[in-house]
Design a protein around this ligand. Structure first.
Ligand code: CMC
Length: 441
C-alpha cells in the first residue's frame, strides 16, 4: 500500500479489495479508496446491506468521515499541509488572510485576488448595532466562549430568510462574513466582561492589528502597540486555521450536512472547540502551569499525570493523530522565546513549561504512549505575553479556526451527493418490554 501519493489519482478507487467473511462464510468484497496521499480506506458503505452488521469505531479513531481536499496530516511523520503547502512554509512566508483564502479557494491568491479578498473581509467586520443588547444580557462574569457561541448563532437570525446555501456565491459571502465578524464579536465579548465600551473595527488596520485595537483601545487615549504583537498573533492564527476532521470541524460539517444555517453550524463548532480535550486545552494549560507554580513541582505533576487513579492529565500533551511532535508545537515553541524576548516579557511559567516538557519527554509513560507537546502547550504563554486574558485563549483559537470551519462547510456543500451525517450505535439498553401502569411499579 503506497503512502506516497504523487502517482495516485485524486480519490481513486483502487482495484484492490478487502474481503470480509461473516459467520455464515459469506464473503463480501470491500473496495479500497485512496486519496492523493495517506493510507487507503476500506469503503464500508455496503457492509450493513450485505452482512446485516454495523461497524463499530468509538471516537472515530479509524474512520474517515469524508473526502476532503483542504488539509492533510501525517501523524506519524509530524506533517501538516494546507492545500498541499507545508505549515512551516506558510508560517514563514504567508499571513492569516492569505491562508484563509487558500483554505477556502484551494490556491494561493495573486495580488489582485488577495486585495479583493482582504477588501471584502475588511468591509464586513461590523456587527449589527442591536447585538450590543445581546451582550448586555449576560452577567458580567460570563465566559467569553459562551458569549461568542451565542453571538455567532445569533448571526443566523440576521442572515437566514434571504440566504440560499445552494448558491456558491452566497456560501462564499457567508464564509467571508464569518471570518470578518469573528474578531469583532470576540472583542465585544471581552470588553463587555470588563465594562469597557465596545469598539468599532477600524478598516485602516490589518486583520490582527484591528482585532488588538478592538480589544485594548480606550476612547480616551490612542493605543500604542508593539508591531511584534500583531505579527505573533497572525502566526498563531495561521497555525490554528485548520486541522482536517477534528472534533469542532466534524461538528460544523455534521450540523451543516442537515442544511442548517452556516452561522448556526459554526456556533456548534465553537461549542465543540470549547472542551478542554480540544481547543479549551490552551486555557487549561495556563491554569495547570500556574497551579504547578514552580519548576520544583514538575516531578509531582508528572507523577500525578501517570497515576490512573488521578484524573489529572498534562494539558497540552498528547494528540489523537500526532504520534510524533506536533509540527505546530515546534514552531510555537521557538516563537515563544522570540516573542517574549522582543516584548521584553519574562514569564516564570515559561520555565515551568520547559521543565515539564523536558521531564515528560524522557519519561517512559509519555515515550511509550507517544505523547508529545501539542499546539496548545505553548500558545497560551504567547497570548498571555500579548496581554490576552486566559479566558480569551480559546476564543483566539475560534477566530483562527473559523477559516477552516468556513472552508469545510463550503466544501461539504460543494460535494456532489453529500448526505446528512447520521451514525448508528450499539444499543445497550433494556430489551423490548411492556409499559407498566404507575400504581403497579
Ligand atoms: N496526560 C497523561 N496521560 C495521557 C495524556 C495526557 N495529556 N494524553 C493521553 N494520555 C494517555 C491516556 O491516559 C492513555 O493511556 P492508557 O493507554 O494507559 O489508557 C493513552 O495516553 C492514550 O490516550 P487517549 O486518551 O486514549 O488518547 P485520545 O487520542 O483519545 O486523546 C487527547 C487525545 C488530545 C484528547 C489527549 O491526549 C488529552 O486529553 N490531552 C490533553 C488535552 C489536550 O492537550 N488537548 C489538546 C489537543 S491538540 C489541540 C486541539 O485538538 O484542539
Amino acid at each position: 500500500m503506497s503512502r506516497v501519493g504523487a502517482e495516485r489519482k485524486e480519490s481513486a478507487v483502487s482495484d484492490k479489495t478487502v474481503k470480509l467473511i461473516d459467520e455464515a462464510n459469506k464473503t463480501t468484497e470491500l473496495p479500497l479508496v485512496g486519496g492523493t496521499m495517506g493510507p487507503e480506506c476500506i469503503d464500508i458503505a455496503k457492509v450493513y446491506k450485505e452482512t446485516g452488521h454495523f461497524t463499530f469505531d468509538p471516537g472515530f479513531a479509524a474512520t474517515a468521515s469524508t473526502k476532503s481536499a483542504i488539509t492533510y496530516i501525517d501523524g506519524d511523520q509530524g506533517v501538516l499541509l494546507y492545500r498541499g503547502y507545508p505549515i512551516e512554509q506558510l508560517a514563514e512566508h504567508s499571513n492569516f488572510l492569505e491562508v484563509s483564502y487558500l483554505l477556502m479557494n484551494g490556491e494561493l491568491p495573486n495580488k489582485s485576488e488577495f486585495d479583493n479578498f482582504e477588501h471584502q473581509v475588511t468591509h464586513h467586520t461590523m456587527m449589527h448595532e442591536s447585538l450590543k443588547n445581546y451582550f448586555r444580557g449576560f452577567h458580567h462574569d460570563a465566559h467569553p466562549m459562551a458569549m461568542l457561541c451565542g453571538a455567532v448563532a445569533s448571526l443566523s437570525a440576521f442572515y437566514h430568510d434571504d440566504l440560499d446555501i445552494e448558491d456558491p456565491e452566497q456560501r462564499k459571502m457567508a464564509a467571508i462574513r464569518l471570518i470578518a465578524k469573528m474578531p469583532t464579536l470576540a472583542a465585544a465579548a471581552y470588553r463587555y466582561t470588563i465594562g469597557w465600551p465596545i469598539r468599532y473595527p477600524k478598516n485602516s488596520l490589518e486583520y490582527c492589528d484591528r482585532f488588538l485595537h478592538m480589544m485594548f483601545e480606550v476612547p480616551s487615549e490612542p493605543l500604542e502597540l508593539n508591531p511584534v504583537a500583531a505579527k505573533a498573533m497572525d502566526l498563531l492564527f495561521i497555525l490554528h486555521a485548520d486541522h482536517e476532521q477534528n472534533a469542532s470541524t466534524s461538528t460544523v460539517r455534521l450540523v451543516g450536512s442537515t442544511g442548517a444555517n452556516p452561522y448556526a453550524s459554526v456556533a456548534a463548532g465553537i461549542a465543540a472547540l470549547w472542551g478542554p480535550a480540544h481547543g479549551g486545552a490552551n486555557e487549561a494549560v495556563l491554569k495547570m502551569l500556574a497551579e504547578i507554580g514552580s519548576p520544583d513541582n514538575v516531578e509531582t505533576a508528572v507523577k500525578r499525570a501517570k497515576d490512573k487513579d488521578d484524573s489529572f492529565r498534562l494539558m497540552g500533551f498528547g494528540h489523537r493523530v500526532y504520534k510524533n511532535f506536533d509540527p505546530r508545537a515546534k514552531i510555537i515553541r521557538e516563537m515563544c522565546h522570540k516573542v517574549l524576548n522582543e516584548l521584553g516579557v519574562s514569564d516564570p511559567l515559561l520555565d515551568v513549561a520547559l521543565k515539564l516538557e523536558e521531564a515528560a519527554l524522557k519519561d517512559d509513560y509519555f515515550v511509550e504512549r507517544k505523547l508529545y507537546p501539542n499546539v496548545d502547550f505553548y500558545s497560551g504563554l504567547i497570548y498571555k505575553a500579548l496581554g490576552i486574558p486566559t479566558e480569551m485563549f480559546t476564543v483566539m483559537f475560534a477566530i483562527a479556526r473559523t477559516a477552516g470551519w468556513a472552508a469545510h462547510w463550503c466544501e461539504h456543500h460543494e460535494t456532489p451527493g453529500a448526505r446528512i451525517g447520521r451514525p448508528r450505535q450499539i444499543y445497550t439498553g433494556a430489551a423490548t418490554r411492556d409499559y407498566v401502569a404507575a400504581d403497579k411499579r
